[in-house]
Structure formats: structure tokens, C-alpha cells
Design a protein around this ligand. Structure first.
Ligand SMILES: [Zn+2]
Length: 304
């Protein structure tokens, strides 16, 4: 009689690639989540695949950052290296890549900055280059997260031109200016050096704007639409599910994960129960795919 059932293939595990060798650096506010050097990412991905994880999404922490975010689209960029290593160590995994510049720019913004302003046009060009270089490395899905106007269309065109029409785009259709991203910024060292990203993230109070943003990504050729964060925005997820015939993704973000972990560590909640309840609610609201740091733990529960 159960209407909503979680399964292993609902989950995508986010992994953070960093420079070096034999590096496993736990993120203080995200217990169980690590910054991993490429060799360690390869092992981690293989172990996750063995456990039943079907897909991962890779974020990169480059050794050096610069004004133009060169590390995002360099052939030997950290994510490109990680993609190639995972392709080798876990060939069955679906590999998604975060496609943005903010982890690679010295100013921490998601695009090209001039006179304190983020410029949309030049940013699109670099985002498209980033997507193509990730596809060249072997990514199956690129996930543009910069929230620049026209990014999905620009990336689709660039991928098609480069012969990667099979590479899918997971669009961050609706990305709210949320306080729940805090721990991720520690993980990815990507807080902006000046200003914030509110100018290109959505006001938490808006619904119609979410529909409008999703409509644009849909029209530009997105293959999957994503809502981020997940649990505070289940209404948005449900509305999008009803409006669009594309697969829906939800990102259960770092702060959502950290809150459950922290409360559980204090003995205030039953972690396993709250984790499964949370993930079930996200699926119930309409997510076909859930990006979550709990992917492995949830699969362990499901298979026990
Ligand atoms: Zn960004």
C-alpha cells in the first residue's frame, strides 16, 4: 500500500575533488563528507558504485584560483582529472559535473567580473567551455549552476557543436538564495570575496518566478530540472512536477544534511529515521533524482 518507495537509483552522491595525493580531508560541518584527491575520488566512487550508487556529481577545489576561473575549463582541471579517474575505476557510474566558475575564480563569483559587476555574456562563453571540457573528459551530464541568463541554451549549443549531443543537461532551474548552503561553502571554499550571489539566486518567497525560470531552462533544452534546496521547497518541486514533463531533481543541500547530523550527534533525533523520512518526502513531492550526501547511508538502510 505504500505509495512512495525509495530505491538505490534515486540517489546521486556529490563528491568534492581536490589537489594532491592520498588526501581525505573531512569537512567539519559535514561529518562523513570529504575533500578527496583524484586517486581517493577514484576509490570512493568505486566503493559507492559497489554499494549500489548509480550516479555521482563532481565538484572541484582547484589548487589555485584566478580572475578568469581558468581551472574550470582546463583539460587538466581538477574535475576533468576526477572524471577520467572515475570513468576508469567505476565505469558503470553516471558521472555528473557541476558546471560553474565560482570555485575557480579568485573573486568567488560564478562568472566574469568587471568593475564589481558579473557580466552575463562573457560568463556564458566560459561556462560553455567548461561544459565542453567536462564532456571531453567523459561526463555524462553537466549541471550548470551559475544561474546566468541563457546558460542552458549556450551550453547545449556548445555541446552539440563539439559532437556531444548525447551529454545531458541538468539545469538548476530553481536555485533559491538560501542559508542552507553554508557548510558547502566551507567544503568548496567558494564564498564570494565581495557582495553575494543573491542577484542571481531566487528570493525564497517567490513561486511564480520559479515557474518562469524553469520555463526558460525548459525552452533552452534542459533534460532534467532541479530545485535547490529540497526540503523547504517541496511545494516548488511538486508544482514543477505537475507543469513539466521532464525528470525532476532535487538537491538535498549541505545545510539540510548538517542539521540532521548535528541533531543526531546530540542524541536529539533518530538519524536513520529522520534521514529516510526526509528523503521520502522529497521523492513524494515529485523528485525522480535526489542529490544527497546521504546517498550511501540511505542505500545501506534500503538494502538491510
Ligand atoms: Zn557558481
Amino acid at each position: 500500500m505504500r505509495e512512495t518507495r525509495l530505491a538505490a537509483d534515486d540517489f546521486i552522491l556529490p563528491l568534492f575533488a581536490c589537489a594532491g595525493k592520498n588526501v581525505r580531508r573531512e569537512i567539519a560541518s559535514m561529518p562523513g563528507v570529504y575533500n578527496l584527491s583524484v586517486d581517493e575520488i577514484a576509490k570512493e566512487a568505486a566503493a559507492a558504485s559497489e554499494l549500489g550508487v548509480k550516479g555521482i556529481i563532481l565538484f572541484g577545489l582547484p589548487e589555485a584560483k584566478d580572475e578568469a576561473g581558468t581551472g574550470a575549463y582546463h583539460e587538466q582541471g581538477i574535475v576533468q582529472q576526477a572524471v577520467r579517474a572515475v570513468r576508469e575505476s567505476a565505469p558503470e557510474l553516471v558521472i555528473m559535473t557541476d558546471t560553474c566558475l565560482c570555485e575557480y575564480t579568485s573573486h568567488g563569483h560564478c562568472g566574469v567580473v568587471r568593475d564589481g559587476e558579473v557580466l552575463n555574456g562573457p560568463s556564458l562563453e566560459l561556462l560553455a567551455r567548461t561544459a565542453v571540457s567536462q564532456a571531453e573528459a567523459g561526463a555524462d551530464v553537466v549541471a550548470p549552476s551559475a544561474m546566468m541568463g541563457g546558460q542552458v541554451g549556450a551550453i547545449r549549443d556548445a555541446l552539440d557543436d563539439a559532437g556531444f549531443d548525447q551529454v545531458a543537461i541538468l539545469a538548476y532551474a530553481v536555485k533559491y538564495a538560501s542559508g542552507f548552503y553554508g557548510p558547502f561553502r566551507e567544503a568548496a571554499d567558494s564564498a564570494p570575496a565581495f557582495g553575494d550571489r543573491r542577484a542571481y539566486q531566487m528570493d525564497v518567497a517567490n513561486v511564480r518566478e520559479a515557474m518562469y525560470e524553469a520555463e526558460l531552462d525548459y525552452a533552452e533544452g534542459a533534460d532534467i530540472l532541479m530545485v535547490k534546496p529540497a526540503t523547504c521547497y517541496l511545494d516548488i518541486l511538486k508544482t514543477l512536477r505537475e507543469q513539466f514533463d521532464l525528470p525532476m531533481a532535487a538537491y538535498h543541500v549541505s545545510g539540510e544534511y548538517a542539521m540532521i547530523k548535528a541533531a543526531a550527534r546530540n542524541g536529539w533525533i533518530d538519524e536513520q529515521r529522520v534521514m529516510m523520512e526526509t528523503l521520502t518526502s522529497i521523492k513524494r513531492a515529485g523528485a525522480d533524482i535526489i542529490l544527497t550526501y546521504y546517498a550511501r547511508e540511505a542505500i545501506r538502510v534500503l538494502s538491510s
